[in-house]
Ligand binder design. Structure first.
Ligand SMILES: CC(C)(COP(=O)(O)OP(=O)(O)OC[C@H]1O[C@@H](n2cnc3c(N)ncnc32)[C@H](O)[C@@H]1OP(=O)(O)O)[C@@H](O)C(=O)NCCC(=O)NCCS
Length: 140
């Protein structure tokens, strides 16, 4: 039985390990900071999927006052292809819908064809918009 729930302090080491193992960590992102920042208020959190005490999957979910966003979508590499990713995204969509959010979007790094196929199966489509970014403050 899979339980999907918000992250707790005790989950943090396992969440960070899963992000490393699944290949979504990036050297320029500080996972401890990202987790704390997502948990600082009511507009975002990290959902985790757990079964029998084992962390299976994560997603960061939040809303910016207009759109819902997903980040850090990851399933344990040993457990991919068993529907856990789908369950987690559905839970994140429900989290957003419960807050009145009507559209959700996410970024996929160029070349991540597997993720593109996954999101395609879940009904996501390319917005044909470029994402522009500017760093306002460097996080140590
Ligand atoms: C991408 C990822 C989250 C998918 O999770 P998952 O649990 O393996 O996916 P699911 O088993 O829930 O699959 C859901 C659907 O997507 C499809 N799918 C999943 N991975 C796929 C792949 N690599 N290629 C094609 N289709 C795929 C499944 O066939 C399934 O379709 P169906 O139910 O309509 O038959 C997971 O593989 C992962 O963690 N990858 C590494 C990290 C990553 O790239 N994250 C995304 C960052 S944007």
């Amino acid at each position: 039985m899979v339980q999907i729930r918000p992250i707790t302090d005790a989950d943090i080491p396992d969440v960070i390990a899963l992000w490393h193992e699944s290949g979504i960590s990036r050297p320029w992102n500080n996972p401890e900071h990202d987790i704390a920042f997502a948990r600082r208020g009511p507009h975002s959190t990290i959902l985790v999927a757990e079964r029998a005490g084992r962390l299976l999957a994560t997603t960061m979910v939040g809303e910016d006052g207009h759109r819902g966003w997903l980040y850090y979508v990851a399933v344990d590499p040993d457990l991919q292809g068993q529907g856990f990713g789908r369950q987690l995204i559905q839970a994140a969509e429900a989290w957003l819908a419960a807050r009145g959010v009507w559209k959700v979007q996410l970024l996929v790094r160029s070349g991540n064809k597997a993720a593109e196929s996954f999101y395609d199966r879940l009904g996501y489509h390319d917005t044909n918009a470029r994402c522009l970014q500017k760093v306002l403050r460097v996080i140590a």
